[in-house]
Ligand binder design. Structure first.
Ligand code: GLN
Length: 343
């Protein structure tokens, strides 16, 4: 009896925390409902195919499907597989670019690599030739989210030797994820044995002056960063840290200067889904990045980060289920930043 009376005398705010009756509680319900709805809608979808040009990726379970949304207040909503790690692949390009921007400023990436979409596939060699042929533009028309620009960005991370550079690359990934991440050695070995195309890209970028240092080291470190193991929760926390302007909402650590986040998001918006970036932006308005390991992260600035892991890819190299699930969830939660004036 005394206990009941004590409960009744709780302040309204405290009661709301217990029974989720506050406006925030209602929003939370909507986020979980949107995540559940997308999971149930797409869990049996079988479109797409695992990447197989890196042999280890062909062996990953295509049924793996996990969705995580993390708000800028650090609330976490989940469905499906949250713990199985896949290789981060091209999503790492965002964080290595962020490292360069953090230590060398926003202009560093713009001047050396450029911040324009190539309109070509992520490992296009013709795109390198096209950049070289643009005379007098002042900066290359490339970006750090396709392989040539990404290998160049990796080469820009400073350090006395490969270990020192790697320490910074893994360090920024750990900070964004909020936990120490590890390289998936089987993926690293498999990609190292089969990355002759990326070696050719590194050599060309060096030959044309877009890589100024040891290009072999840059390709190796790039391959290693692509092999970092992440689960859906890690990726969503990384996306939410971008959404919260560099403050990891789970750990509370400011991992990058807030003012340097919008340029990172801008490159994601223009080039994050390779040659399908325009289509993606047209429908969602969300800065995003995909990887051939099957992950996609997307950022609703000031609101939430979201990640989906599902290995089967479409022809452009983007996870089929991840694109559909993220678009649905963001639409349900009014996450499109380009539509904010109408919401
Ligand atoms: N490591 C992969 C590669 O270099 C990354 C590509 C991707 O995720 N799109 O081909």
């Amino acid at each position: 009896m005394t206990r009941v009376l004590r409960h009744v005398s709780l302040p309204v705010a405290a009661l709301c925390v217990v029974v989720a009756c506050s406006p925030l509680g209602a929003q939370n319900d909507a986020a979980q409902a949107a995540v559940n709805a997308a999971f149930n809608k797409y869990k049996t979808l079988k479109e797409g195919k695992n990447a197989d040009y890196i042999p280890a990726l062909a062996k990953v379970d295509p049924n793996l499907f996990g969705i995580v949304l993390v708000t800028t207040a650090g609330k976490v909503y989940t469905a499906g597989d949250l713990t199985t790690e896949v290789s981060i692949q091209s999503i790492s390009k965002v964080f290595t670019m962020a490292q360069v921007i953090q230590e060398q400023g926003v202009e560093s990436i713009e001047k050396r690599i450029g911040v324009d979409a190539t309109g070509a596939r992520f490992n296009s060699i013709i795109a390198i030739e096209a950049v070289r042929n643009v005379v007098g533009s002042g900066a290359p028309e490339m970006n750090a989210l396709v392989n040539p620009g990404a290998i160049s960005a990796t080469s820009m991370v400073t350090g006395a030797n490969a270990d020192a550079v790697w320490g910074k690359i893994i360090g920024i990934h750990n900070d964004f994820a909020g936990r120490p991440l590890k390289v998936l050695q089987d993926v690293y070995k498999s990609e190292s044995d089969s990355n002759q195309r990326n070696q050719a890209i590194g050599a060309l970028m060096f030959a044309y002056g877009y890589i100024k240092t040891n290009w072999q080291q840059a390709v190796d470190l790039y391959t290693r960063q692509c092999s970092i193991g992440v689960n859906a929760k890690d990726l969503a926390t990384m996306a939410a840290t971008l959404a919260a302007m560099g403050r990891n909402p789970v750990t509370g650590k400011q991992v990058m200067d807030a003012a340097k986040i919008p340029p990172v998001l801008a490159v994601m918006a223009t080039a994050g889904l390779y040659d399908d970036s325009g289509k993606w932006l047209y429908h969602t308005g969300l800065p995003a990045k995909s990887g051939v390991g099957g992950g996609i992260i997307a950022v609703s600035p000031g609101k939430f980060g979201i990640a989906v892991v599902s290995p089967p890819l479409d022809d452009a190299g983007n996870s089929v289920r991840a694109q559909k699930a993220i678009a649905d969830i963001s639409n349900a939660l009014k996450g499109n930043p380009l539509a904010s004036a109408t919401q």
